[in-house]
Write a protein that binds this ligand. Sequence first.
Ligand code: PT1
Length: 278
Amino acid sequence: MSQVLQCADRSLDLSHPQVMGILNVTPDSFSDGGLFVSVDTALQRARRMVAEGAAIIDVGGESTRPGATAVSQQEELDRVLPVIEAIARELPVIVSVDTSKAQVMREAVALGAGLINDVCALREPGALQAASDAGVPVCLMHMVGDPRSMQEDPHYVDVVDDIKLFLRGRIHACEEAGIPASRLLIDPGFGFGKRVTHNLLIMQRLREFLSLGSPLLIGVSRKSTIGAVLDRAADERLAGSLALAALACQQGAHIIRAHDVAASVDVVKMCHAVRTAS
Ligand code: PT1
């Protein structure tokens, strides 16, 4: 596995764990209750996350949390493109586009996105070809079903083995479509079609995913499994999120997707110092 991932014109050093800051550009995720997200507000959030040490900003225009409703392609384009363009122009950071739609991938990369983060692992129509043409790295995430239905009755024989089998199949599909394995990242999809115990087992056995040979990304930040274990509301899950980030880094995760960038950067630095001490 190479230590540096080329993301369009920017390089991502994976010799130590990195933090991917979450930038949701959905109207409900901005507090003013408006119907659209101003590019300025989004840019301010991105500036702060970069100052706090984020190596990647993940821009998403469609919520994928359990039960979320879908948005149209045009709506998603309108939300994410101006923000991606502004961040890529102004900030020395890799911009990631969190999308499953082929056309959004194409236009986002044309405007400066250096990474495609797809919770559907390029299973939507045209997505394999779009990602292949775009030429940037892709994060393949595991999810059974879609965000609307994924929590209905998740079932696994062995959650880790089943996820690995799925990811192996998607890596193969990518290679067939002309996306080399050296351009792929993998993500077990914490919180996507999994019960609390499934998510806990993913964390307990996270190191097993490294055998797939790709850099490992994981997103646990503020998710409901933490709420279930700690009996905490979403805005009280920082310590739980950081505990899981530390467990992920200790097992060799390469990228932590997080809302709370400053705290997460301290966690990954501390874990890396312990792991590499000699
Ligand atoms: C993730 C991820 C993502 N998570 C990647 N992309 C979300 N690569 C969006 C809950 O249980 O883990 N990896 N993009 C957000 N999704 C969720 C899922 C948010 C579950 C909340 C929950 O609370």
